[in-house]
Design a protein around this ligand. Sequence first.
Ligand SMILES: CCCCCCCCCCCCCC(=O)SCCNC(=O)CCNC(=O)[C@H](O)C(C)(C)COP(=O)(O)OP(=O)(O)OC[C@H]1O[C@@H](n2cnc3c(N)ncnc32)[C@H](O)[C@@H]1OP(=O)(O)O
Length: 187
Amino acid sequence: MTPPAGARPPVRHPEAPAPGEIIGSHYEHCFGCGGGQPHGLHLETRAREGVRVTAEFRVKEAHQGAPGLAHGGVLATALDETLGALGWMLRVIAVTGRLETDYLRPVPVDTVLHLDAEVLAVHGRKIYCTATGRIGGPEGPVAVRADAVFIEVKIDHFIENGRSAEIQAVLADPDQVKVARALEVNP
Ligand SMILES: CCCCCCCCCCCCCC(=O)SCCNC(=O)CCNC(=O)[C@H](O)C(C)(C)COP(=O)(O)OP(=O)(O)OC[C@H]1O[C@@H](n2cnc3c(N)ncnc32)[C@H](O)[C@@H]1OP(=O)(O)O
């Protein structure tokens, strides 16, 4: 998880979404951000200064592990999805290679988790990043945190590995292809 010697500081892409701008869902059926997933997290991520994004996630009944508390895997998903949105700030497509989470406080149902993620360093295709999830407000105590290494990929990663029905549907949607191409053109 420690950036190796030779890693460089991240560079915000000149066409990254402006600070405060909402970064739209990358895929309608994404469990993290898609509007078409009834039990999904429906995360809405916002670009911030630098190579940083924030998001809010309200824990729902469908997200329980222990009675009345969020499932740890769901919280990891919220961290993962927020970290994934950092690709928009670098204008690259990247997938999670490694995700290490710390759970510091239980998160009850109906709590709003305030997520904050940033890229620390980039080395080749590897993107080293970190995220926190706070409760009780954006300045509240940290309930969960994560360090991650994302790996840059091309669209082919999804075309070659995704199930054909969903891939065909995405490729038939000009808006979705536009989104993917925008991320692939770098710089
Ligand atoms: C079409 C529309 C699409 C829109 C999509 C937007 C999607 C956004 C989705 C966001 C959703 C939310 C996010 C999600 O949920 S993303 C979903 C969860 N993640 C995955 O499914 C990824 C599965 N893994 C893979 O496909 C491959 O293993 C990848 C692509 C990651 C690497 O295989 P590949 O053959 O390509 O690469 P390589 O082996 O040559 O390695 C290259 C470099 O990377 C380093 N490395 C590799 N693995 C790890 C690791 N685990 N830890 C640390 N480092 C690792 C490696 O040492 C090497 O470094 P170096 O030797 O160069 O120094």
